[in-house]
Design a protein around this ligand. Structure first.
Ligand code: ACO
Length: 325
């Protein structure tokens, strides 16, 4: 058996926040943000929405497009850096309950912005080993809940959202997830972290805000992602010409452009939604794929190359042929 990605869905929160909106309370400018990151807007979830709420909406669309019942799902995995709860219950368990799915395994993956590629890797292994037939994977992020609104170096970069996909068993190798590679190096853990600390005002109030050494991560990202994509293409005896769409994690226009140029991708092959959504971490790749799908560009057999790097540091790449209609 092989694993195939048969559908994609996404949820975009309604509140659009422009760079100009951020200028009102942060020492920053639309010009700086656009020049350094390519981001113009991002969407923030309402105060009463959690990551699971966003994930449930994305999952409903993915299930409907896969044309399967929620009763056929035999595993749910969620990737998030902004879980509903600290440690337990997992966001995957909340999403499962919200979809009326019970008595199947549900768990979270912590791989920050590489979350979706990690999800694909686990789903592929579960299906190829015969342990599952239909898996729902969800990247669900309320990143705004772990950002310090006074930290201009992180607050401007991120957005909220969710993306989901159904991965099913198939005998058709040609229409499957052809290859996934994931990796990590904890020596860089302190480059991107949400430390557990207590607020001075209220010792019972756990405050967790992200901090990032941006320029250090930037340099590693360009180098690692370039070699990651080069390796997966070589391993599968492909070149950039064999790829319909390169769907990178949407962290920064400059990182995407540098990796795309290093690998000779044409502009029309590179999927760019960072301008609209900002960095939505584990949701960024499926949200980008969803845009392609809704524009009618992803068709059955379409070859996609994904890559991502995030906190951990973690990184990875995936090569797949879309298996849905
Ligand atoms: N507005 C205005 N000025 C700013 C802002 C801001 N929002 N943020 C920083 N600056 C200033 C800095 O203080 C600095 O000023 P100085 O020169 O006086 O010291 C100057 O701008 C340059 O700062 P740098 O951090 O060197 O800027 P850089 O060009 O590296 O861009 C950025 C910063 C956008 C964060 C970039 O480094 C980046 O994208 N890094 C990678 C992010 C990433 O890929 N993360 C991984 C995934 S995220 C995850 O896993 C959660």
């Amino acid at each position: 058996m092989y694993a195939t990605l048969t559908s994609i869905g996404a949820y975009i929160p309604t509140k659009c926040v422009s760079n100009k909106d951020l200028e009102a309370f942060l020492d920053t400018s639309d010009e700086w943000i656009v020049k350094r990151t390519g981001i113009k807007t991002r969407y923030f979830a309402d105060s009463n929405q959690k990551s699971s709420d966003l994930g449930i909406e994305a999952a409903k669309i993915a299930l409907q497009r896969a044309n399967i019942s929620h009763k056929d799902i035999d595993l749910i995995i969620t990737a998030t850096l902004s879980p509903d709860y600290i440690n337990m219950p997992s966001t995957a368990c909340i999403i499962a309950a919200g979809l009326d799915i019970a008595n199947v395994p549900a768990f979270d993956i912590a791989a920050a912005c590489s979350g979706f590629v990690y999800l694909l890797s686990v789903a592929k292994a579960y299906i190829e080993s015969g342990m599952a037939k239909n898996i729902l994977i969800v990247g669900a992020e309320k990143v705004s809940s772990v950002l310090n609104p006074h930290d201009r170096s992180t607050y401007i970069l991120f957005g909220d959202g969710a993306g989901a996909a159904v991965i099913s068993a198939t005998k058709d190798k040609n229409l499957s997830i052809l290859d996934v590679h994931i990796s990590a190096d904890g020596q860089y853990a302190h480059y991107l972290e949400t430390p557990r600390m207590q607020s001075n005002e209220n010792e019972h109030n756990i405050v967790q805000c992200m901090s990032m050494k941006g320029s250090e991560v930037f340099k590693i990202a360009v180098a690692k992602l370039t070699s990651e994509v080069k390796d997966i293409l070589e391993r599968n005896k492909m070149t950039a010409c064999d790829i319909d769409y390169f769907v990178p994690h949407q962290a920064n226009y400059r990182i995407i452009k540098a990796v795309g140029d290093n690998l000779n991708f044409k502009n029309e092959q590179i999927v760019l939604v960072v301008e609209k959504f900002g960095n939505t971490s584990a949701a960024s790749i499926p949200m980008a794929m969803n845009i392609l799908y809704e524009e009618g560009k992803i068709k059955k057999g379409c070859t996609l190359l994904l890559d991502a790097l995030g906190g951990g540091l973690t990184w990875g790449s995936a090569l797949l042929r879309f298996g849905g209609d």
